[in-house]
Ligand binder design. Structure first.
Ligand code: CA
Ligand code: CA
Ligand code: CA
Ligand code: CA
Length: 401
């Protein structure tokens, strides 16, 4: 196994419109197995229209038993109107190639600046490729709407590819801008590929107006074939009290769409004071046969604001704390039915924070609305509406009191 050198590379983009490409291990040997060096690359941008591309190993496909190094890749943004593509390892990985464990810091909080950052590859992972355990720290600047982060692949995952266990921390500290963050892939996860167990946090600043934050535990596109989602932790946070957004921040425990025989992981989704949409598994289901899609056992907590919560298939837990707002559960005990499964599920509503004495006390606060849906009146300002469920069909066993 050839080991490539550990390099330290500093690049300054101090010209208007300057375009630079930095490769940690240039001429990575693709005809044989090799191990990339542990490189430290720092790019500093000081002029508008400058663009930088960084690969921790090389802009090529890692084959065989090749392995990416453990790289530290940083871009310092000091102006605006800039672009960056930062990739922990390579363009693609096949065979038994493995990505390194990389640290990527792209806090692009300057205006009109967009970053794409991927922990392992800019393109696809196929064969039996495995992603590393990467840490990506990002921030979105004013009027920056094309910020995309993935723990593993900018493209798709197929074969028996396996995503790494990654950590993504993204700040949206701007009045206008948005971020998309996936624990594994931006494209679809298909074949027999698996997502890793990732931890994604999106933090909003206190004065957001036209901002968006979208997190996907596994894929920003879909889980299809026999793909399996990982067990992910997705969290929205807000720094300030004046949050108002026109785009609902949205968390998907696995992916927007699940099809074929896809299986969701057991995910933990936590919203914030904004009006969030939380999907334990997916928003859209296209099973190969009735019941072929399996949901995960997810935990959903919308936080404050008026949230829309969908657990998806399998038995999920919905958590409500004092100040939870007026929330809607779209599929209480109905997630399996949505994919054509006859398996019963038993979702739970956790209202322990409200301190009700017993089921008698809680049940007296549940009644049907004009549409015939059960509404649980937790307090003068907090309610839970259960779409498609009547009050008469709720029991003590549906709650954690
Ligand atoms: Ca990596
Ligand atoms: Ca991952
Ligand atoms: Ca997941
Ligand atoms: Ca679920």
């Amino acid at each position: 196994m050839q080991h490539l050198p550990n390099d330290t590379i500093d690049v300054l983009l101090d010209q208007f419109g300057q375009i630079e490409s930095v490769i940690g291990d240039p001429n990575f040997p693709t005809a044989m197995d090799a191990w990339g060096g542990n490189d430290t690359v720092t790019a500093t941008i000081g002029q508008p229209e400058a663009e930088v591309t960084i690969f921790g190993d090389d802009n090529t496909t890692l084959h065989g038993l090749s392995r990416g190094g453990n790289d530290t890749l940083t871009v310092n943004f000091n102006y605006g109107w800039n672009e960056a593509l930062v990739v922990g390892d390579a363009q693609a990985m096949i065979d038994d190639a493995r990505g390194g464990n990389d640290t990527i810091n792209v806090e692009a909080d300057s205006l009109y600046t967009n970053v794409h950052a991927f922990g392992d590859v800019a393109g696809d992972m196929s064969g039996n490729a495995r992603g590393g355990s990467d840490t990506i720290t990002g921030a979105v600047g004013w009027r920056s709407y094309d910020n995309v982060y993935a723990g593993d692949a900018g493209g798709s995952m197929s074969g028996t590819a396996q995503g790494g266990n990654d950590t993504l921390e993204i700040g949206v500290n701007t009045r206008e801008g948005s971020a998309n963050a996936s624990g594994d892939a931006i494209g679809s996860i298909g074949g027999d590929a698996h997502g890793g167990n990732d931890n994604i946090t999106i933090t909003f600043g206190g004065d957001i107006v036209m901002t968006g934050g979208f997190a996907y535990g596994d894929s920003a596109t879909s889980l299809t074939d026999n793909a399996q989602g990982g067990d992910d932790i997705l969290t929205l946070k807000a720094d300030g009290p004046d949050t108002l957004q026109l785009t609902h921040p949205t968390l998907y425990g696995d992916a927007p769409t699940m099809s074929g025989n896809a299986q969701g992981g057991n995910d933990i989704l936590t919203g914030t004071v904004t009006s969030d949409f939380l999907y334990g598994d997916a928003k859209v289901y296209a099973p190969a046969a009735p019941g072929s899609i399996t949901g995960g056992r997810d935990i959903l907590d919308g936080g404050g604001g008026d949230d829309q919560l969908s657990g998806g298939g399998n038995s999920d837990t919905f958590v409500f704390n004092a100040g939870s707002g007026n929330d809607l559960i779209t599929d209480f005990d109905q997630g399996n039915t949505a994919v054509g499964s006859t398996m019963t599920e038993h979702d739970l509503i956790d209202v322990q924070d409200y301190g009700f004495a017993d089921w008698t006390a809680l049940s007296s606060l549940i009644s049907d609305n004009a549409a015939g849906d059960a509404v649980i009146h937790l307090s003068a300002s907090d309610t839970i509406t259960l779409d498609g469920v009547q009050a008469a069909n709720l029991h003590a066993t549906d709650f954690l009191i």
